[in-house]
Design a protein around this ligand. Structure first.
Ligand SMILES: Nc1ncnc2c1ncn2[C@@H]1O[C@H](COP(=O)(O)OP(=O)(O)OP(=O)(O)O)[C@@H](O)[C@H]1O
Length: 723
């Protein structure tokens, strides 16, 4: 016990391992003994699990992102909230009927958000236009997709229109997109029930929120209250049957909203759409100026794929006779130019989709603008990959690696909401949450893939089996890895940024994706006893290996310090071997997946079977000491009984008298904890929840198959029956 607790300080693997070493303090050739003390170890682990470690390992299973249910998600089709719409309405009807129809109360949280938007976020009001325009473009995407999948050969042209009325002080944003049913208006515009809202309110209260991030909190539509004190939304749904084809008018001044039928509304002659009329606040009259609107639209919406038309005032010059000019009889009349204001629809975004353009003619700032506009991002992309594949299959792709972790992934690294690879088929947007387009360890990538070969009207299951999609996926992953490799070689600082943000994704990939396991090894970074302030790659480690060293050594621990002070490090220091520190909860599992690199085996120095090169003298000395202390080892084993596998004398320590190590094929304490957290979570879900400081990371692994290729039953990534 004493021995165990002395080595069990923070649960580094030394603590929980099944090894105990004792050394003769007089000699540098220590005399350690191996003690596998299982029941003690388990008892100690239990204690950890109920103390500080429990926060990292208990309740770690947030559930995997729900598989995508269809080609377009409900939300993309504008049905997301409607699907959840039940008797529990988005807003409670007050029972009153006013001039504008039935009156509904907003839920409390919405009222609060309105209040905050209006009163606290006044510095960057322009964002409202981007939010409303991108909602309108989404609505057009949804309608185009629905029209095509419902058999319309050529859907009617779709566009967005923006106009102002100076007398009425209104700004109108109109689209002929998918529109909304009555209950969708209630669900979408009467409730902000997403978790994002709560975070938004929380951050505002802490004074940390940035108004420019408004779209990230799922309150895009409500940003209209930044500039308007009253909103009117007219909408007619493309999904309604001809009998129920009604236009609904939603209106609100912020505290509550009204809904009524508005039969005479037109959506520039189209069967469905949405028109949002903003009654501008006194201090927001600048948005009546078409010059200002034109600048904003060029800035924010240049890359929207539908034409955005602004009802723009233009000055035209008419030639008229200048009556005031003196002229003699017989002279031709003198003419003069007279200015005249004309209003006409002018297209603001004339560019063709950026991914269809030749990469040679697109500049960096255009990529950045597209990235920011399309993915509602606020950072510069860390890397951009734009390419075209022709031949047997044809597609174009444009992929960005964000320089900061996308907001949607900060709480759940595999959140379905956080996926943003937009799949297009012949310019028709299909889906951006599609799980099979890229592996989930690339969830953080943002981009567009536009295929010429995939069919439009197929279910997810068919797409999943599609050979074309498999080829696309392979090519896209290849290009992304090449671009990251480029960063690694040419911009170490950028690569460090990449690794700090997304290293854990690659570690998960290494563990669960057999196709890319070997490829990903060279990207991994670890701390080490010789890496100083930077992490090291396995390549660099090998470059520093001592002559005759043929293994890559590592030690696990909860932090660099814990790894450094592990008794197992004593001998390594003496011998001058570099040791990798596996300090992230994912590292150990990852190390077992790496197995070897460049022909060098990964060896955990905290496990039995550590066989360091010895001189003849050292061998002889060890044999002598083993003989001398054989009796002590036997006695200890007898005292500890079944609680240990074995007690042995080894030369692995220098100063410490004894240490506990795991058996060569035993499970480390960390692994035991993972297993424990696994058994407390859903057994049917074959995933591990590995806790990092702030987040649980679910890894898909085989659980308990003990098949031929398992060295640890739990980390096998084979394709056996139970995987
Ligand atoms: N012009 C529109 N046509 C059809 N539906 C719309 C339109 N504008 C908004 N909606 C619906 O209202 C919902 C709420 O819009 P809102 O801008 O508040 O959030 P969001 O677009 O879902 O998320 P965010 O803008 O924060 O990314 C949208 O998801 C969409 O279903």
């Amino acid at each position: 016990m004493v021995l165990f607790s002395s080595s069990s300080s923070p649960p580094s693997s030394s603590s929980s391992s099944s090894s105990l070493s004792t050394s003769s303090s007089s000699s540098s050739s220590s005399i350690p003994s191996l003690v596998a003390c299982e029941s003690e170890v388990v008892a100690a682990l239990g204690a950890f699990a109920s103390s500080s470690w429990s926060s990292a390992f208990s309740g770690l299973f947030p559930g995997r992102s729900a598989p995508h249910g269809g080609l377009l998600s409900n939300r993309q089709l504008g049905l997301g909230r409607a699907a959840g719409f039940s008797s529990q309405a988005a807003a409670e009807a007050t029972g009153e009927v006013g001039a504008d129809g039935e009156v509904f109360e907003f839920q409390a949280e919405v009222g609060r958000v309105m209040d905050i938007i209006v009163n606290s976020l006044y510095s960057n009001k322009d964002v409202f236009l981007r939010e409303l325009v991108s909602n309108a473009a989404d609505a057009c995407d949804k309608k185009r997709f629905l029209a095509l999948t419902e058999g319309e050969a050529e859907p009617e042209p779709m566009n967005l229109r923006i106009s102002t009325d100076k007398d009425a002080r209104t700004l109108t944003i109109e689209d002929n997109g998918v529109g909304m049913l009555k209950e969708e208006l209630q669900e979408n515009l009467g409730r902000i029930a997403r978790s994002g809202t709560a975070n938004f309110v929380k951050e505002l209260n802490s004074g940390e929120a940035d108004v420019s991030l408004i779209g990230q909190f799922g309150v895009g539509f409500y940003s209209a209250f930044l500039v308007a004190n009253k909103l009117e939304v007219y909408s007619r749904s493309f999904k309604a049957t001809p009998e129920e084809q009604k236009t609904w008018k939603w209106s609100s001044t912020g505290g509550s909203y009204s809904l009524k039928e508005a039969p005479d509304t037109e959506f520039f002659g189209k069967q469905s759409g949405t028109k949002i009329v903003l009654h501008l606040r006194e201090e927001a009259q600048e948005y009546l100026d078409s010059g200002k609107l034109s600048d904003l639209l060029k800035k924010y919406s240049e890359f929207i794929t539908f034409p955005i038309e602004l009802f723009n005032e233009k000055v035209q010059y008419d030639q008229v006779v200048d009556e005031s000019a003196p002229r003699k009889e017989g002279d031709k009349p003198k003419m003069k130019s007279v200015p005249r204001s004309v209003f006409e629809w002018e297209v603001m975004n004339k560019m063709k989709p950026i991914w269809l353009r030749n990469p040679d003619v697109v500049n960096e700032s255009e990529y950045t603008e597209f990235y920011k506009t399309t993915f509602k991002a606020f950072d510069e992309p860390l890397s951009v990959t734009h390419f075209k594949v022709e031949g047997q299959i044809e597609f174009r792709a444009l992929v960005f690696i964000p320089s900061t972790m996308p907001f949607e992934l900060t709480r759940d690294m595999f959140s379905a909401e956080g996926r943003a690879m937009r799949l297009y088929v012949k310019r028709v947007f299909i889906n951006d949450k599609f799980e099979d387009l890229i592996p989930r360890w690339l969830t953080f990538a943002r981009g567009v893939v536009d295929s010429e070969d995939l069919p439009l009207n197929v279910g997810r299951e068919i797409l999943q089996k599609s050979r074309t999609l498999k080829i696309i996926r392979k090519r896209v992953v290849r290009k992304i890895l090449d671009s990251i490799d480029d960063l690694r070689e040419k911009s170490p600082a950028k690569y460090e940024n990449f690794w700090n943000s997304y290293g854990k994704y690659f570690k998960v990939g290494l563990v669960e994706d057999m196709d890319y396991k070997d490829e990903l090894k060279r990207f991994v970074r670890f701390w080490s006893s010789k890496s100083g302030d930077n992490m090291t790659s396995l390549d660099e480690y090998i470059g520093r290996m001592q002559e005759g060293q043929d293994k890559i050594y590592f030690v696990t621990g909860e932090g660099k310090r814990a790894a450094e002070i592990s008794p197992a490090m004593e001998k390594m220091r003496l011998k001058g071997y570099e040791v990798l520190y596996m300090v992230d909860p994912l590292d150990e599992i990852c190390s077992q997946s790496i197995v070897d690199f460049d022909g060098k085996k990964m060896v955990d120095i905290n496990k039995a079977g550590l066989d360091l090169a010895k001189s003849e003298d050292e061998k002889k000395e060890l044999e002598d000491v083993q003989k001398e202390y054989e009796g002590l080892a036997t006695w200890l084993k007898k005292q500890l009984g079944e609680r240990v596998q074995k007690v042995s004398i080894s030369d692995r320590l220098v100063d410490s008298p004894a240490t506990l190590v795991q058996g060569e094929w035993g499970m480390s304490p960390m692994m035991q904890r993972y297993m424990k957290s696994q058994t407390t979570s859903s057994a049917s879900d074959s995933a591990f929840a590995i806790g990092s400081r702030n987040q649980a990371i679910p890894i898909r692994l085989c659980v308990g198959c003990w098949c031929c290729c398992c060295s640890y039953s739990c980390v096998c990534s084979c394709s056996c029956c139970c995987c």
